[in-house]
Design a binder for this molecule. Sequence first.
Ligand code: AMP
Ligand code: MG
Length: 319
Amino acid sequence: MTLNTEQKYILPAIAAAAHLTIQVRDSLITAVEKAGREPVTIADFGSQAIICRAIQEHFPDDAIVAEESAADFLGKLSAGAQALVTGLVSDQVHQPVDENMICGWLDYGKDKTAARTWVIDPIDGTKGFIAGRHYTIAVGFLMDGVPSFGALGCPAYTPETGYIFYTEDSNVYRVPLHEEQQPAPIAASTQADAASSRGVESFESGHTDHSTLDRIRVELGTTPELVVRMDGQDKYAAVACGDAEYYLRLSPDADRKERIWDHAAGVALVQAAGGIVTDLDGKPLDFSQGKTLASNRGIIACNQTLQEQLLQAVQQAQA
Ligand code: AMP
Ligand code: MG
């Protein structure tokens, strides 16, 4: 199968980044704390460096909005941890790498403004990654502020198999990370029965308001057994491939705005798979407001048939 140019260069970078994260997870996790008490690991920096390197090489004029920074790489990691990152990245990109190159890649494209903007979360769900649960290497692409391409590396999508999910034109595919297989087309579910619909939501209660989501589900008429809690944008992947009918998210912190790198790739994926993504008020997500979804509140990603019922359930739960 011939890939579009973006996919051709980004999918191998995501696979390399995923392999780096697996290597770190299986042998040498160390987490440090960033501003805002969010954890970051050497794998977050390694993953971002690999992906931004590919963008620099093949799409040098594009802008990049990515979660990690050279300042944190230098300021938060010990010299030993920095050396681990350079070694891990060097193994994946098959060239000698030093700390300056890592810093250059981490910050590449960050001060640009361009119609073409990549939006990257090198490890979405770092808490899940550290705890051995789900996590996602998320690469989205905005064209004039609209998510138009997305790829998610999901190394722990099932306990047995990791996958890369990606859009190509208006289609969506998934391909296993570890096996030579042709990509398989996927699509969102068409299940219309709210009571038996399957949901996904954040594992961490600090990231999503589980009790409000429980109330929404009561209104929807569905049961807690039909909900799976998982980290990262694997939740969008689950909706895109029909493993779940909906993903709901509402920050427990009313003042916190969602970060675009937690959503851009997943939104492109779900939309191309035939699903729909809005905020909890049914408004389209506005990715043109900088690093946050400043004019939105919460997230509903679901198949088309359930959206109206979900919006009603959200309203009733908050009435
Ligand atoms: P998840 O794995 O889906 O729970 O989401 C992980 C993401 O949650 C991280 O990338 C953070 O950007 C984000 N996050 C951290 N704190 C909060 C919060 N208080 N509310 C919403 N999202 C948060
Ligand atoms: Mg994230």
